[in-house]
Design a protein around this ligand. Structure first.
Ligand SMILES: Nc1nc2c(ncn2[C@@H]2O[C@H](COP(=O)(O)OP(=O)(O)OP(=O)(O)O)[C@@H](O)[C@H]2O)c(=O)[nH]1
Ligand SMILES: [Mg+2]
Length: 389
């Protein structure tokens, strides 16, 4: 059984780790344009009416208060909190604002913020805590295509395909052609929320899946570096599964600039008692389009592959096509890295190069609408590890 967080367990980042915040620790934060801050907690009273309290973690601000509280809830937990702010001026005259929206924070994290840190550091991850939640982490060297793969998953074409077959939805839609993403920074952990429903109906949300994008730069950490240990422990505690991402450069044995962090983190995780065994790992080979190009140009890349191999065509995600892709990708990847063992492997194309560059940044525009098979790894892993019906 995959690890799963229950309803009420929201998450937030603290440096390199992921922390859990339970409803008692949820606060609602507001700051006015003048910098007046207010933190409240909301709960239902015995008559079922939502009321606010001032949490003991924070000093009350006698100059401001709230009125006309409006709380939307999910599973009986506050989801959106709005209220009007009542403030007193120097002459004790009261003024009432238009309704404002509060931000959900961890009170514990908030009360420990250092003065130089901003309140954003205490924000709880939107959508977390209201449904059973699963985490998949991504590991792979710098430039292996992790962020691009996630971007591909959020584009229209891939979305429609996953949506029509497996009831996986993405929360936002992103543009089809965008400039190449920045390298992900090692101190950031980025959550990408997907949700699973029973029917093709977004309202019938059953579970939330966070795919967590982790920078390849963590490959530069030393094994005993506390930053590395903290991150590894979060992965060990929370991961339902791991996507290990590698590019065509890795496959062809080309020089890669940085250490691939996946290797030593995987070894470390496998040696620990944390439920992370081979079948929770899924290997993704990105840049299938580039490999195809090389084969078409007749370059000598010694892969024993033809440009019309099924891994270079968009599939409809049927079991047959999925296993075909898996068989070929596994063969390619396992020949290069024997430690992959029995974990599933997929070959995907996240985008294609357009040759056009952004005038300002000099970075290339990538066409994510041309992505193919990017859906296979997520469909396969969710099907295997999560039961939604
Ligand atoms: N043609 C093609 N290019 C790709 C593909 N995947 C990634 N790329 C290229 O590889 C570059 C790096 O990809 P990223 O997704 O930013 O790499 P990353 O793994 O997130 O790297 P870090 O954030 O530094 O860890 C992109 O800017 C693209 O140019 C793919 O499937 N096809
Ligand atoms: Mg990245």
């Amino acid at each position: 059984m995959a690890k799963i967080l229950s309803i009420g367990q929201a998450v937030y980042r603290e440096a390199n780790s992921i922390q859990i915040s339970e409803p008692d620790d949820w606060g609602w934060f507001y700051r006015s344009e003048d910098g007046d801050m207010l933190v409240i907690q909301v709960h239902k009273n015995i008559w079922g009416k939502w009321v606010r309290t001032i949490p003991y973690h924070v000093l009350p601000n006698p100059q401001i208060d709230v009125t006309d509280l409006k709380v939307e809830h999910r599973n009986d937990l506050p989801y959106s909190v709005k209220a009007r702010i009542v403030s007193k001026d120097r002459n004790n005259k009261k003024a009432k604002s238009a309704p404002v929206l509060f931000k959900r924070i961890s009170l514990d994290r908030f009360s420990h913020l250092e003065s130089k840190e901003s309140v954003e550091n205490a924000y709880l991850e939107p959508e977390s805590g209201y449904r059973p939640t699963l985490f998949f982490f991504m590991l792979g060297g710098t430039g292996s295509g992790k962020t691009c793969w996630l971007t591909a998953l959020s584009t229209g074409t891939i979305q429609d395909k996953i949506f029509s077959q497996r009831h996986i939805h993405y929360f936002d839609q992103s543009p089809e052609t965008i400039v190449a993403p920045d390298g992900t920074k090692p101190e950031t952990i980025i959550f990408h929320p997907f949700f699973l429903s029973k029917k093709r109906n977004k309202k019938d949300m059953r579970a939330v899946v966070f795919i967590v994008d982790i920078s390849g730069e963590i490959g530069n950490y030393k094994r005993r570096d506390p930053q590395f240990e903290i991150l590894r422990d979060s992965i060990g505690e929370l991961a339902s599964g791991l996507f290990v991402v590698r590019s065509e450069k890795w496959l062809l044995g080309q020089k890669i600039i940085q250490n691939d962090p996946s290797e030593f983190i995987i070894l470390d995780l496998l040696q620990r008692d944390n439920d992370l065994d081979e079948d929770k790992f899924c290997y993704i080979l990105t840049c299938a389009d580039k490999i195809k190009d090389m084969l078409e140009k007749g370059e000598d890349i010694r892969l024993d592959l033809a440009p019309d191999s099924p891994i270079f065509t968009q599939t409809d995600c049927t079991a047959k096509q999925m296993y075909e892709n898996m068989a070929i990708a596994s063969d390619l990847m396992k020949r290069r890295d024997g430690t992959i063992g029995n974990s599933p492997c997929f070959a995907v194309s996240c985008c294609s190069n357009t040759g056009k560059k952004d005038d300002k940044t000099g970075r290339e525009f990538l066409d994510f609408d041309a992505a193919y098979n990017a859906d296979l790894p997520i469909v396969y892993m969710l099907q295997r590890l999560v039961k939604t019906r």
